[in-house]
Each structure stands twice: as C-alpha cells, then as structure tokens.
Write a protein that binds this ligand. Structure first.
Ligand code: DGT
Ligand code: CA
Ligand code: CA
Ligand code: ZN
Length: 583
C-alpha cells in the first residue's frame, strides 16, 4: 500500500468510527478527504514536511484533517482515532464487511449488546437478541446471519487488485537481489484468480540464505511470520507472501507445481503415470525401469526435465498451458490435442467502451479522459456517464436533457481529439429489466451500456429475466457489470449465465467484463459461457479518472480465465468493426 493509501485508510476508519458514534456530516467530510488523499499524485509525507498548510492544499482537506495527517506522519498515530478505538473497541472492518451492516449499525449493536466482532455478532443473531434491538427486526437479523459466512470468507482472501501490486513489488525487489537467478510468482496470483489466499513467490538461487535475508529485509514487509533455510513468509499490506527458494535446475518443476491449481496438478500427474513418468516439484522422471522401493525417492529415475516449466509440459506431450487456464476444466485435454485457445492480451485492446467523466461521478473532464486514452495508444474512447435512475444518487445521474446537452460537449472534444470519440451512456436496468433512459434518446446515442445498479439480491429467475430483457433491447450494445457483485463485500445477482450468454449472442449484445478489481464482473467462469455460446465480451475499465485505465489488465486476465481469444472481445476490433457491431 502506498503511504497515501495508508493515510486514506485511517481517514476512512475515522469516518466509520465517527458515524458509529452517531456524529453527523463529519464522516462524509472525512471520506471525501480520504478519497482525495488516496488519489493525490505525490506522497503526503512530503507535503507534511512542508507543514500543515501544504497538506490542506489537497482538495477537500481542511485544517482539522490536515493536522491529523501531519500528526500521523510525525508520530505514526492519530490520537483522536486511538481514543475512538478505545471508547468503542469494535472490529470495524470485519463487522462492516457483513452486507447490510454499516458503521451506524455497528454502533447501535455495540451500545445495545456489546458486540465487537463477527463471532459475537453471529452468536447474538443466533440467540435472537438482535431482533429485539430497536430499529431491527426478525428479517434484518436473519439477513445478518445469512451474510456472515460470505463476510468471514472475504476476511480471509484478498482481492486480486490488492494482492497483485504486492506481488509486483516483491518480485521487483527480489529481481534486484544479487543472489537471485530467477524469480516468478506462483499459486493463485499467477493464475490471476479474483481473490488470493496468499501470494506465492518462487526464486531460483544457489544461495538460499541470502535470498531469505533479502526477502525478510524487504522494506515493505510489515511482519515476518516465519523464516527458514529455503522458505519464509512475511505480511505486507495485510497480504501474506510465501517465498520458496529452489536450485536453478529445479525451478521449472517447482514453478509448475506451486502454480497449481491442485486439481490441474492431479490431472497432470495422472497423465505422467500413464506414460511411465513421475512428476513432482523437483522434475519429471522416467521411472519405468525402477522397482517400487527405488521409485519412492522423489528424485529417482531418469531425469527428463525440470529447469523450465515448458519442458515439463513438453515431456508430457502437451502444449504449454497458460496459468490462467490451470483449473482442471478441460485444459489438459485441449493441450494434448493442440487445441488450446490463443488468449487475448492487454496489448490487443484498442479502446475503452465504458468510462465516466465529471459530468456524472468521474473526476476528469471528457477531454482529459480522451487525451489519456490516446496516450495509452487507444484508437477510440467511449464516454458513458451515468443516467439517472434506480441505484444512482440523485445529483450524479444525467437526465435525458443533460445527455442531449452532453452531445454538444462531445462534439467540442471531437474537434481536437486525436482518436475517435463515441458518445454513449450507462443507463440503468431496473428490477424488471426496463431502462431508465428514453428509447428515442438511446437510439440516437452511439453506444448504450445498460447496467444493474439496484435490486441486486434478486433470485436467479427474475435476475436472469431482467438482464435478458435488457440484452434484447434494440439499442443496448453492452450489458455492464452484469451481476453487480463487489468482490468480498457483495455477492451480486445469481444469474443463469448460459441463458444470458445465449440471449446476448442471439441479439448481438456484448456482455461486459468490468475490469475494476473490486468487480471483475463477469468472472472467468461466466466469460467461458459467453465464449461457448459464440457471444462477445467487452473488457471495460469503467474508469472514473485517467488512472482508471490501468485496471484494464485485470479485465484481460479475467477474460483469459474464461478462455477468451482476441476475436471474442469487442474492443480489440478496429473502429469500423466496432461501429458495425453497435446497434
Ligand atoms: P490461494 O493461495 O488459496 O489463493 O490458492 P493457491 O492455489 O495459491 O494455493 P496455495 O497457496 O495453498 O498453494 C500454492 C500451490 O501449490 C497450489 O495452487 C498447488 C500447489 N500445492 C500446494 N499443496 C499441494 C498439494 O498438496 N498437492 C498438490 N498437487 N499441489 C499442491
Ligand atoms: Ca497462494
Ligand atoms: Ca501459499
Ligand atoms: Zn460505470
């Protein structure tokens, strides 16, 4: 976590704790300040060194908040925050991770029942104590009980978007270490799963002590969990990082083994056995001439490979399997038949078809977003600000009149733009599948993203009907973040993805992979259903600032987990082909 993110996190916690105490207005001021601190391009400790006035230059950061930031930079604590923590000793982050439980609820339940953590919350709900607290009822209590398992799980796994920067930083650090021959990530982070239990890092070296030392001395390691001769674990930004050091000759075998998934490895190992081979983290061996006693030795037999991962697959008669596919869902058979897909790559993207500007809740002007898209090498950019409607805050969404007014603004930007600019909208799919923007206006716009922003707890049937109805609408081009999930905080709609994929394919409507790592929606398995239905996905960042485009890689990796090739992705096409696809 960058220093600014760390400060922002404390300000968010401050806001939650004030709100839990029933303080009004101040919490939202702290949250706005926190957002701007997180976005601020320079480290706040540099500003703090200049003085409180410099910190207060940050948008929405007033003197009171600036003085707390200076205090934190100088002393490592914010005394008022410590007092809040002491006076109400609740595990705020854990409790608010339960859907439907906000800081205010946490405060009420603490005052009424002394609840401080998830276990106590669960016990109180099971004992029927919560329904008796004023403002609560049987239904709320049951909701809390239903949502605790999801919250508990989300406490144990980090979002890819938080773990990946840690993985990038640790591999950069180790790559700069003399004793390190090769370094790569393994495990779920290499497979780009949407949540990560821990980050696995693998190093090839002849001097494992030096590597372990460099790892545990890493400036970003907050805590050394364990350190041995070939293994060590640290915690960085709340993410656990596991290091293993192997000799260079066995690096490929170890990388294959520790990348997993476990199920993929089982299928691979069975294939090896059928061929008279033994496959493990040390290499691949021909054991056909060994008797059972000898074969028990992990490195016994004739060594056929292990220095590179590619030779592990090659020896088994397999094409190399991209890590994103290693979930034992048919990839080994496809590799044997030479039928693995050629997966889409980040460099294939030619533009973003779902983005925001300051017209709705984005933070940059349309012209700035277009310029940033051009800087990234994109050929086109589509502006899709929020239309007003269910789930969208009153003063954020654009009315039909606003959208017509925006047409002129888009024309102005087009006059100076280096790339093609499309004018679209992100309209809302209500609980029944109706859209919140006038049909005539939708028909006039270049592109329509329709997304669910409300009623996200529907059952499968109404949820699927609703999304299918939107996909069938003659003006809808893309169904945005179809399930509405927020990873680790909201499960989203449970959709019959195959039915939706088929309807969308039939009506020439793309389904979105929203690349925001909070969402990754559709998820990889659902993308696979779209690809199999012969449908089209669009990989969009939903950028709300120029920095938002950087999340595109998470969307691409999610597409790859769904076996998507370049041709399956709308925004890898040139502008003419995109326009031909649009309704
Ligand atoms: P995570 O950390 O929960 O997100 O998931 P992974 O897949 O990173 O799992 P982790 O960290 O427990 O282990 C890393 C990899 O090591 C795993 O994907 C496969 C391999 N591995 C670990 N234990 C076993 C095992 O008992 N058998 C086999 N075949 N592979 C294992
Ligand atoms: Ca792992
Ligand atoms: Ca691990
Ligand atoms: Zn959006």
């Amino acid at each position: 976590m960058s220093y600014n993110d760390e400060v922002a996190r404390l300000l968010f916690e401050f806001a939650d704790r004030l709100e839990a105490k029933g303080v009004e207005y101040k919490p939202s001021a702290y949250r706005r300040a926190a957002e701007n601190v997180a976005e601020y391009p320079e480290p706040v400790e540099q500003l703090a060194a200049t003085g409180q006035d410099a910190v207060a230059e940050i948008d929405r950061v007033g003197d009171a908040i600036a003085s707390k930031i200076v205090e934190y930079v100088e002393t490592g604590t914010i005394s008022e925050l410590d007092e809040l923590r002491e006076s109400m000793p609740v595990e705020m982050a854990a409790l608010t991770s339960v859907e439907g439980v906000g800081p205010k609820t946490v405060g009420t339940l603490y005052e009424a029942l002394g609840i401080t953590d998830l276990d106590e919350l669960e016990a109180a709900a099971e004992a029927g104590e919560i329904q008796d607290v004023s403002g609560f009822g049987v239904k709320t209590e049951q909701n809390i009980l239903d949502n605790i398992p999801f919250a508990r799980e989300s406490q144990q796994r980090e979002r890819l978007g938080e773990a990946r920067p840690v993985a990038d930083a640790v591999t950069d650090h180790l790559a700069d270490t003399d004793a390190v021959d090769r370094v790569d990530v393994a495990g779920s982070i290499r497979r780009w799963k949407d949540t990560i239990g821990d980050v696995d890092v693998l190093v090839a070296s002849e001097d494992s002590d030096a590597v372990v030392d460099a790892f545990t001395d890493w400036a970003r390691a907050d805590d050394v969990i364990e350190a041995g001769t070939h293994k060590a674990s640290v915690r960085a930004d709340a993410v656990r990082v596991d290091l293993r050091v192997v000799v260079p000759a066995e690096f490929g075998a170890a990388l294959q083994y520790f990348t997993g998934s476990k199920d993929h490895n089982v299928t691979l190992r069975n294939r090896a056995i059928e061929q008279g081979y033994k496959l493990n983290e040390y290499g691949i061996f021909d054991v056909s001439d060994l008797d059972d006693g000898e074969a028990a030795d992990q490195r016994a037999g004739q060594r056929l490979g292990g220095e590179t991962e590619a030779e592990m697959y090659e020896t088994l008669g397999l094409d190399p399997v991209p890590p994103e596919l290693r979930e034992d869902t048919g990839e080994v058979a496809a590799a044997a038949d030479g039928e693995l897909p050629t997966l889409v790559e980040t460099a294939d993207l030619r533009g973003d078809l779902h983005t925001h500007s300051e017209w709705s809740d984005g933070r940059a002007a349309i012209g700035e977003m277009v310029a940033a898209a051009a800087d990234r090498g994109y050929d086109y950019h589509c502006v899709t600000d929020h239309a007003s409607g269910p789930g969208i805050i009153e003063d954020i969404g654009l009315s039909d009149d606003d959208l017509r007014e925006q047409m002129a603004a888009i024309d102005d930007v087009r006059a100076d733009a280096a790339i093609d600019v499309l004018h679209g909208v992100e309209t809302n799919i209500d609980a029944d599948g109706a859209l919140s923007t006038d049909d005539d206006l939708l028909a006039e716009l270049d592109l329509v993203v329709a997304s669910p922003h409300s009623a996200l707890d529907q059952d499968t049937e109404p949820a699927t009907d609703r999304l299918c109805r939107a996909a069938e609408h003659p003006s809808v081009d893309i169904v945005g973040h179809p399930t509405g999930r927020m990873i680790n905080s909201r499960p989203g709609l449970s959709v019959d993805v195959t039915a939706l994929a088929e309807t969308a394919a039939e009506h020439g409507t793309a389904l979105e992979i929203n690349a925001n790592p909070m969402r990754l929606d559709l998820a990889g398995e659902a993308v696979r259903a779209v690809v199999e239905a012969g449908g089209t996905v669009a990989i969009n960042t939903d950028a709300h600032s120029t920095g938002g485009f950087d999340t595109a890689r998470y969307g691409v990796r999610t597409a790859r987990r769904g076996w998507a090739e370049t041709g399956d992705v709308l925004n890898t096409k040139d502008i003419d082909a995109v326009e031909a696809f649009l309704h």
